[in-house]
Design a protein around this ligand. Structure first.
Ligand SMILES: Nc1nc2c(ncn2[C@@H]2O[C@H](COP(=O)(O)OP(=O)(O)OP(=O)(O)O)[C@@H](O)[C@H]2O)c(=O)[nH]1
Ligand SMILES: [Mg+2]
Length: 315
């Protein structure tokens, strides 16, 4: 399946609410009343776009259509315009309908040497897999990538990243089990500089934002690489699992403050039908969604483009 098709199917539930429910609830020729709006709002909330966004969409419909004869096309236009509005402020990558946009357009690059990307998030959200997919996207875009296996806590983690590095054909730096993750990051940065690599991606062990020691460890990793490479980490990506919907979001809010995140990777959008969560992420957090995970394979990472998101939802 093409990425855009996977993207669309990940948004299936939200799309269904927007398409089927609009047609069911707002019948052409009827007078649009408060009851219809309330029903629609309930369905929007259940699609994971969140109460605030649902409120705003319904408020716009109320303003423009309440008490008027239903024109389904005009209602669709109001909803689409509001969706665009809710995602505005995102920097836009340029990509065709089917192909992925250039991943470099979504990253804060270091013009003077390796761009360092720190990847963090709670346990099992898809950090390591997303790193492999991102490394693949970047390699395909002509970048040389070094991976640093900073999850020294979970035994299989290093093997997992090593396996991906082998498949992609990129360099990997590993450390001893239970060694200090900051020392692995340090070696990763040294190796990336030595090789003149374009990008260094740092994997980290899963952690909860409430685990102060582990959150401080992220700070240490940041400081260590910052001393070796100016401005590093240039990008701090927080991975959020889309299947956790709104729950993942409140967790992420706290996490992102503590870890100084600059962007979000929304993983597991494929099986979840909770893609609507992109909207409250955009609304509540000051950092943009930069990539979305659409499966377990190396090719399953899409560069997130708000415009494409709206097109995938369009009524
Ligand atoms: N369907 C689907 N599965 C995914 C996606 N991303 C990751 N996974 C799966 O989620 C599981 C966990 O992925 P990992 O990459 O190991 O997650 P992690 O955050 O590194 O986990 P820890 O290091 O243990 O905290 C694996 O089975 C992945 O294949 C995705 O976009 N879609
Ligand atoms: Mg991992």
């Amino acid at each position: 399946m093409a990425l855009f098709e996977k993207f669309k199917s990940g948004l299936q539930k939200t799309r269904q609410v927007l398409n089927t429910d609009v047609r069911d609830l707002f019948k052409a020729g009827a007078i649009l009343d408060e009851e219809m709006l309330e029903e629609f709002e309930g369905r929007l909330i259940r699609s994971d776009m969140g109460v605030e966004a649902a409120d705003e969409i319904v408020a716009e419909l109320r303003k423009q259509h309440l008490g008027r004869t239903v024109d389904p096309q005009a209602i669709a236009e109001t909803v689409n315009a509001k969706l665009r509005d809710l995602l505005s402020g995102e920097d836009r990558a340029e990509g065709g309908e089917e192909e992925n946009a250039d991943p470099l357009t979504r990253l804060n690059l270091n013009p003077d040497g390796p761009t360092v990307i720190l990847v963090s998030g709670v346990n099992g959200v898809g950090k390591t897999t997303s790193i492999a997919k991102l490394a693949k996207l970047l390699t395909d875009a002509g970048q040389s990538v070094v991976l640093s296996a900073g999850d020294t806590f979970r035994a299989a983690a290093v093997e997992q990243l090593t396996m991906w590095a082998g498949r992609i054909g990129c360099e990997i730096v590993t450390g001893e089990a239970n060694s200090d993750p900051a020392s692995v990051a340090h070696r990763g940065a040294a190796r990336a500089k030595e090789l003149g690599a374009d990008v260094l991606i740092l994997d980290t062990a899963g952690r909860l934002q409430t685990q102060t020691n582990l959150m401080n460890e992220l700070g240490k990793i940041r400081r260590v690489v910052g001393k070796q490479i100016d401005g590093a980490p240039h990008e701090s990506l927080l991975v959020i699992d889309a299947t956790t919907g709104q729950n993942g979001l409140s967790q992420a809010e706290k996490f992102s403050e503590a870890a100084g995140c600059t962007g979000i990777v929304l993983s597991k959008l494929d099986g979840s039908a909770k893609g609507g969560v992109v909207i409250p992420i955009r609304r509540r957090m000051s950092i943009p969604v930069k990539f979305v995970g659409l499966g377990e394979g190396l090719g399953d990472l899409a560069v997130f483009e708000p415009e494409k998101f709206v097109r995938a939802l369009e009524i």
